[in-house]
Design a protein around this ligand. Sequence first.
Ligand code: AP5
Ligand code: MG
Length: 191
Amino acid sequence: MFNLVLFGPPGSGKGTQSENIIATYKLQHISTGDLLRSEVTNRTTLGLEAKKFMDQGMLVPDEVVIGMISSRIDESGDARGFVFDGFPRTEAQALALDKLLEFKGTSINLVLSLEVEEQQLIKRLINRGASSGRSDDNEEVVTKRIKEYHAKTKPVAGYYEHQGKLVTVNGEKSVEDTFKLLSAHIGQYIS
Ligand code: AP5
Ligand code: MG
């Protein structure tokens, strides 16, 4: 298996690039943001609880997200590998993911971290807000999401750097050029 973590702040292009990556390399996409939004849409107990945090740009509690990921991995069948998008976002989540994958006899191979300057992130997300219908794509909540990223998520990069798995990639180029940069690294593992 080949397992990739696509890492980076809100608006860095994780979702956009995941689509290209899963189509090209035939991997399964696991986005905790998408899973949570689907729980919200279906008005499940988990969704109603998570919505309170998401609407404020705060992280949903670790135990909720880890439980959700665990079920998703169990449902995956014979996957060629996973692209984790927006997960792990805390060190506790990173540790839990390592354990879940170890149980499956596999591990994270590579962590690609998309780097985009803050003003550009804000611009992209507010732009997207015009059509996304996402309750967190407005200036006030975007600013909070970026703050939360610096406080709780950025340290996760250090966790993977320590494991020798972290590679940073410029995320400010066009969607196509960014995909080429990411592919150059993924191509060292699978074709
Ligand atoms: P989540 O859905 O994961 O949102 P996020 O990390 O805030 O990131 P986004 O999805 O907004 O950005 P992205 O990096 O995917 O960029 P995209 O490709 O869309 O999380 C939402 C909430 O759920 C969190 O706040 C939290 O409450 C909760 N949550 C989720 N996971 C959690 C977890 N693990 N633990 C706890 N809580 C969790 O691109 C953004 C825009 O830019 C798009 O319009 C796109 O078209 C555009 N764009 C992309 N690439 C380019 C480019 N190269 N040039 C120009 N524009 C571009
Ligand atoms: Mg996303």
